[in-house]
Design a protein around this ligand. Structure first.
Ligand code: URA
Length: 214
């Protein structure tokens, strides 16, 4: 079970369905459906992004794959031993995650990369099931504020429990020995504006490595 809506045909969000229909006409060779999470459910680390990019994960059906944000994320994961193989921006590139799973708060591409609060709420059921199914889970890395907000909600926690702060660690009372760590999203915008640098993101992955003792 992949904790995605029924492949390609989820109809829970009218606006996202209408956008998918348009994209199917414009880009018939793209995946154009809910994106399947990447990595094993047995992993100790879950990375939660925002939503698939139009020409990235929405095309390739692998989170962050062929997205600028993946160009930042994937090589750094490999550098710290959380992946093997070469990341070549394709689902069949042979790149393999080690002890990490990657998913999104919203599984279908939203117009302008912005899901509505209602769409986040509707899609949250899949994140809830996914987190519950990860029996070895120790760390959830939230990329950006929308991921952070949705992870807290998925765990039944109030937003006041943990404010989004880059580099901050929060023990999660919802489950024993579960830690949330925040990072600015690895988006092109954040990198270009200097909100997040490669070095800052490496520090986050190093911190996780220290916590996991891998
Ligand atoms: N691609 C994804 O799959 N998720 C993001 O958050 C950004 C790009």
């Amino acid at each position: 079970m992949d904790f995605t809506p029924p492949q390609k045909e989820c109809d829970l969000c009218p606006r996202l369905c209408a956008y998918r229909k348009k994209n199917r006409e414009k880009y018939p060779h793209y995946h154009n459906g809910p994106v399947t999470p990447f990595g094993d459910l047995s992993a100790e680390i879950l990375i939660v992004g925002l939503a698939p990019g139009l020409n990235g994960a929405n095309q390739t059906n692998r989170p962050f794959t062929n997205d600028y944000a993946g160009d930042v994320l994937y090589p750094i994961l490999k550098k710290y031993g959380f992946a093997q193989g070469e990341y070549e921006k394709r689902k069949d590139d042979g790149y393999k995650l080690l002890n990490v799973r990657i998913t999104n708060a919203v599984r279908c591409v939203p117009p302008e990369n912005k899901p509505t609060t209602e769409e986040e709420k509707t899609c949250r059921q899949f994140l809830i099931k996914e987190i519950a199914a990860m029996s070895n889970l120790k760390i959830i890395l939230c990329l950006g504020t929308i991921s952070h907000k949705n992870v807290l909600q998925a765990l039944g926690l109030k937003q006041s429990y943990a404010k989004f702060k880059h580099g901050e660690l929060y023990a999660l009372p919802a489950r024993q020995q579960l830690t949330l760590i925040d990072s600015y999203h690895t988006s092109r915008y954040n990198i270009n504006t200097g909100v997040l640098t490669y070095e800052m993101f490496e520090e986050i992955i190093k911190k996780i490595k220290g916590l996991i003792n891998q």
